[in-house]
Design a protein around this ligand. Structure first.
Ligand SMILES: Cc1cc2nc3c(=O)[nH]c(=O)nc-3n(C[C@H](O)[C@H](O)[C@H](O)COP(=O)(O)OP(=O)(O)OC[C@H]3O[C@@H](n4cnc5c(N)ncnc54)[C@H](O)[C@@H]3O)c2cc1C
Length: 495
């Protein structure tokens, strides 16, 4: 086996969390090697497939303008961003995770989010407001909602390209087609390197410290079935095929502590005919996130969830699981012409499973939904809608009465043809179970002690998300802990 030496920090993976770790270690003067399992063409992991949406707290428009200094006064006058204090972000994540999110880890994310966004900006990353997805026009102004209002310029591709550019300019070496298999430890239990399968064969790479940032197990059907349960092996994977739980397994093999919600994951409504793994040209556009504007039924024509329970940012990640439970793992989102102009960009691509008709019965036929069932459901739904003004930019309280499940906000009768329906299935994004780290991103062992020389960041960290998730937190948490991990790894070597 060949051996590579001379590296201070080896980073496993090359997505958002890994590249933030690399940049941070470089900043501390470390010599850094990044090992990426994918070939160069597929680099960037799940991070590449994202919109680049980052959730962070801010006190008002001035904080947003500090992140987007290019914003002209005219643009600033045309928007309403409100404020999103740290407390609100903390409470939103605690609320959707049923109070289970690890308070120390969550506090680290919330308190370090805004400084980390500024740090990334200083590394050359740029941000824009998410006009298309996170704002509605109200009285001539774009009103942003849901605590997630900015994305990286160029989306996930822009984010990943920007991070690679910065890391390579600052001296990171990147080895592609390098599947890391194993962590190497010395007699004291300290991690001293990794073993990877590379194009030059099996290679041992010695390192002062290792940062694991190589994703969850969402692309591993065996682990999905084992931990998430029956039928999860049948879910479509929204992003990279390379996140097969390797980093988690490697760390558990040396006594790292499993942590978090192993039987749960982030999963969404995803085009019924999407390919089994993500398509880098389509990226996240197979998702269908405007369901709060209409109703969702299964192939029997029955509703099975509250489409308006909350802003989509706080429900979409748990609704994939509900879709997986339906017959044939299929669901249909139904809209009438009153709202079609409000549908997000992803509804307007050509690779979409869609039907249109002038009657509800005709729509059922077009999408192969049980006709009688759908007609009955829509009649019942229309009869249950409460009066009141409809406003998608706030929780408008315009709900239903007397039906189960209810629709709690944005309920409008489906009475204006043409009617449009979109076929969706369950698309898994990433898994919630993983490794226990502390607020310094050190991986903990089963005795609750940090494993010397081992750090982790990104999807493979457990303990932040349970049951559900708040949109834009995955990238933010990965950047925060990636930055901490890189700095702490470099510091450990120096000390
Ligand atoms: C379609 C889609 C849209 C999304 N949109 C958003 C969004 O807008 N905002 C948001 O916050 N989150 C979003 N997410 C979630 C987000 O992608 C993840 O939370 C985040 O990107 C994870 O970053 P990461 O660095 O942990 O993993 P990744 O970016 O997946 O990087 C992991 C890397 O590790 C590599 N790897 C795996 N195994 C090995 C091994 N054995 N050896 C070496 N390398 C290995 C992989 O090839 C990959 O490059 C989205 C996800 C998807 C799929």
């Amino acid at each position: 086996m060949r051996t590579l030496t001379g590296y201070d920090v080896v980073v496993v993976g090359a997505g958002n969390a890994a590249l933030c770790a690399a940049l941070s270690a470089l900043e501390s003067g470390a010599r850094v090697l990044v090992l990426e399992k994918a070939p160069a063409y597929f680099r960037g992991g799940n991070s590449y497939f994202t919109a680049g949406g980052f959730r962070f707290p801010y006190d008002g428009l001035e904080d947003i303008r500090a992140v987007i200094p290019e914003m002209a006064d005219e643009e600033a006058a045309s928007i309403e961003v409100g404020s999103y204090p740290q407390r609100a972000m903390y409470e939103d994540i605690m609320r959707v995770t049923e109070g289970l999110s690890d308070p120390d880890l969550l506090q680290a994310v919330v308190s370090q989010a805004y400084p980390t966004i500024q740090w990334m900006r200083a590394k050359g990353l740029n941000w824009v407001l998410m006009y298309g997805r996170q704002a509605f026009e109200v009285e001539g102004k774009h009103r942003f909602y849901g605590g997630l209002i900015t994305e990286a310029v160029g989306g996930g591709k822009g984010l990943v390209d920007g991070l690679f550019k910065a890391a390579e300019e600052q001296g990171a070496e990147v080895l592609y087609d390098a599947k890391t298999n194993r962590l190497v430890t010395d007699n004291s239990g300290r991690v001293t390197g990794v073993v990877a399968q590379t194009p030059e064969g099996r290679t041992q790479i010695e390192a002062g410290a290792v940062v694991l940032a190589c994703g969850g197990f969402e692309a591993n059907p065996e682990m999905r079935a084992r931990y998430l349960g029956p039928d999860w092996e049948l879910a479509k994977v929204r992003g990279t095929r390379y996140n097969t739980g390797d980093g988690i397994r490697m760390a558990l093999d040396i006594d790292a502590q499993p942590y978090g919600h192993w039987s749960s994951c982030h999963a969404v409504a995803w085009d019924l005919n999407a390919p089994p793994f993500g398509d880098r040209n389509i990226a996240d556009l197979f998702q269908k996130h405007s369901f709060p504007l209409g109703i969702v039924v299964n192939s029997h024509g029955r509703r099975f969830l509250d489409e308006g329970a909350d802003f989509r940012n706080y429900t979409y990640a748990k609704y994939g699981r509900e879709i997986l439970k339906q017959p044939h793992r299929a669901a249909f989102q139904i809209f009438d012409s009153k709202v079609t102009h409000l549908l997000r960009d992803e509804y307007h691509i050509s690779r979409v499973t869609k039907g249109t008709a002038d009657s509800i019965g005709g729509l059922a036929d077009a999408l192969e939904i049980d006709r009688e069932g759908l007609v009955r459901t829509v009649e019942e739904f229309n009869g249950s809608v409460e009066d009141g003004p409809f406003d998608p930019s706030i929780l408008d309280g315009k709900g239903t009465q007397g039906i189960d499940p209810p629709k709690s906000n944005w309920a409008q009768k489906l009475d204006s043809p043409p009617f449009t329906g979109y076929g969706v299935t369950c698309g898994i994004t990433f898994t919630f179970g993983g490794l226990r780290i502390n607020a310094r991103a050190q991986v903990m062992d089963t005795g609750d002690n940090p494993i010397p020389g081992l750090y982790a960041a990104g999807e493979l960290v457990g303990g932040l998300f349970y049951y559900n998730y708040a949109g834009g937190t995955g990238l933010m948490a990965g950047s925060v802990f990636g930055r901490i991990a890189g700095a702490e790894a470099a510091k450990e070597i120096r000390d």
